[in-house]
Design a protein around this ligand. Structure first.
Ligand SMILES: Cc1ncc(COP(=O)(O)O)c(C=O)c1O
Length: 484
């Protein structure tokens, strides 16, 4: 990319956020306008080096495009007669990751010589183990041969990989190869699951939680409007998770919903639910006739006896399905490979199997994961691959220990870290965004403000352990300097 393009896209990814922050565009101009910016138009979307790579679907959109404004005004822009999807219009201003990118870019512009370290995004940094990449290389090479070429595969994934995932992650738990749907990642599966459930279901989320659950629910039309006073969408049950309740919701105060999103080990708090807690959750779902969507994207980070899968809990197969991913185990955030496990025992109120409907969704909305990525997945779950993934996870967990020790030594209350690559640091009585800004301005380290994960995250900052060792050590040295 030329210098000029770099400049343009850097400066304008800031305007992307400005664009997205105008939730009610109609208040800014007299009639419907399909694109927005700084009140000028003829808009060109350009791919930019992606800044922040997690968060909800709409966030991703803003990550991949910057808006170039070239002179004309909005009023001159051609407008279609298509009304904007009103559910998308409900999504809120100040999206977490674009806002972080905007602030980071502004910081870099103000401090061009600063060595900015990012412990904010939650994207992996370490190379994919060779045993895995060599399997992908081989698969890509045989695609150039007549005998080795393959086109569309099974929408559900290659049978060998489905079987290997079932036997690696669900041995003895009654999950079989045909219960596994291989995907291009957990985030896409979360959205496909929302399509599966449709607009009429109600849902609950941990508060704080990974933003994709709430945003995809809003997009599907399951929610009401955002209520600014409480920072919540109407019609979503926010299950507060705090240090006081051990980051497990008080289920006696949680209303019944159809769907319960539950992530353990949790992003962002880093806490893993215990066997007892998950047993309560399964009981709660059974009493209410709810379905748990259990996100185990960080299961391999568990280092105590917390369950790695919801299916370790007796009875869970009747009330739960599980989404998971190779992203944070093998550095597959760019390769893209995950899976969803749906037990045969999981049924709708009319007795129809959930897996059958999901199969229909997968066949309609997805054509199967990349065959090259699936070859990588198969290598991941080979004995050497599992060992290599444990080494990757072990490396990030050493980073976590360094970050935890640093904040502990400074007298902060620190949560998470033990079973997850995230450290959840408490700054009581302070705004998460203020702390984020303080850390960025004074140490040039990017973190993530807890309130971006839901109102329950206010007063916390998430520090990610995904980083090169020298960067983590340097960031911790700067934290010590700031808070000594
Ligand atoms: C809890 C959780 N679930 C799912 C994902 C998305 O994973 P994938 O890369 O497989 O889409 C993430 C990514 O950060 C995550 O934190």
């Amino acid at each position: 990319m030329s210098a000029i393009h770099q400049n343009v896209s850097t400066s304008l990814s800031a305007s992307t956020s400005t664009f997205l922050s105008h939730n009610n565009l109609n208040s800014l101009r007299p009639s419907h306008v399909s694109v927005a910016g700084r009140m000028s138009a003829v808009v060109i979307c350009v791919a930019t080096p992606s800044a922040e790579k997690t968060g909800a679907s709409l966030l991703s959109l803003s990550n991949h495009f910057s808006i170039l404004t070239v002179g004309a005004t909005f009023d001159e822009a051609y407008k279609t007669n298509v009304a904007r999807n009103e559910n998308l219009a409900k999504l809120q201003a100040g999206y977490l990751f674009p806002e972080i990118a905007r602030r980071r870019n502004a910081h870099i512009a103000k401090n061009p010589d600063a060595k900015v370290i990012s412990l904010g995004i939650g994207d992996t940094t370490e190379p994919i183990p060779e045993v895995i990449t060599s399997a992908m290389s081989k698969r890509s090479e045989v695609l150039s041969t007549v005998s080795g070429y393959s086109g569309y595969g099974a929408e559900q994934g290659e049978q060998k990989l489905r079987a290997a995932i079932a036997s690696t992650y669900y041995a003895g738990l009654g999950i079989e190869e045909n219960d596994i749907f291989v995907s291009d990642g957990a985030k896409s599966d979360i959205s496909r699951l929302q399509v599966l459930f449709g607009s009429n279901v109600t849902m609950a989320v941990q508060d704080p939680s990974y933003p994709a659950y709430v945003d995809s629910s809003v997009i599907l039309g399951q929610t009401g409007l955002f209520q600014k006073d409480v920072e919540k969408y109407a019609n979503i049950e926010y299950m507060r998770c705090t240090p006081e309740n051990g980051f497990f919701p008080d289920l006696s105060t949680v209303g019944r919903t159809d769907i319960i999103f539950f992530c353990s080990p949790n992003n962002p708090t880093g806490s893993a639910a215990s066997r007892d807690q998950l047993t309560k959750l399964v009981q709660f779902a059974k009493e209410n006739g709810s379905i748990i969507v259990y996100d185990s994207a960080y299961a391999m980070y568990v280092s105590d006896d917390s369950p790695r899968s919801i299916f370790e809990i007796p009875g869970a197969k009747e009330v739960a399905l599980e989404v998971s991913s190779f992203s944070k185990y093998a550095g597959f955030t760019g390769v893209r490979l995950g899976w969803t496990a749906i037990p045969k025992e999981l049924h709708y109120s009319d007795g129809f199997p959930v897996a059958k409907d999901f199969n229909r969704i997968v066949c309609t909305c997805f054509n199967g994961a990349s065959n090259i990525a699936q070859a990588g997945g198969l290598a991941c779950v080979s004995p050497e691959g599992i060992k290599a993934m444990h080494e990757v996870v072990g490396f990030y967990k050493e980073n976590t220990a360094i970050i935890v020790d640093t904040f502990n030594s400074l007298g902060f209350k620190v949560y998470g870290g033990k079973n997850a690559p995230y450290v959840w640091v408490h700054f009581p009585g302070r705004s998460s965004w203020d702390v984020f800004s303080e850390i960025l301005e004074k140490t040039h380290v990017v973190t993530t403000p807890g309130s971006g994960f839901g109102p329950g995250g206010e007063g916390f900052v998430r520090v990610s352990a995904f980083g090169h060792r020298e960067n983590v050590l340097e960031a911790c040295r700067r934290f010590k300097e700031l808070y000594k």
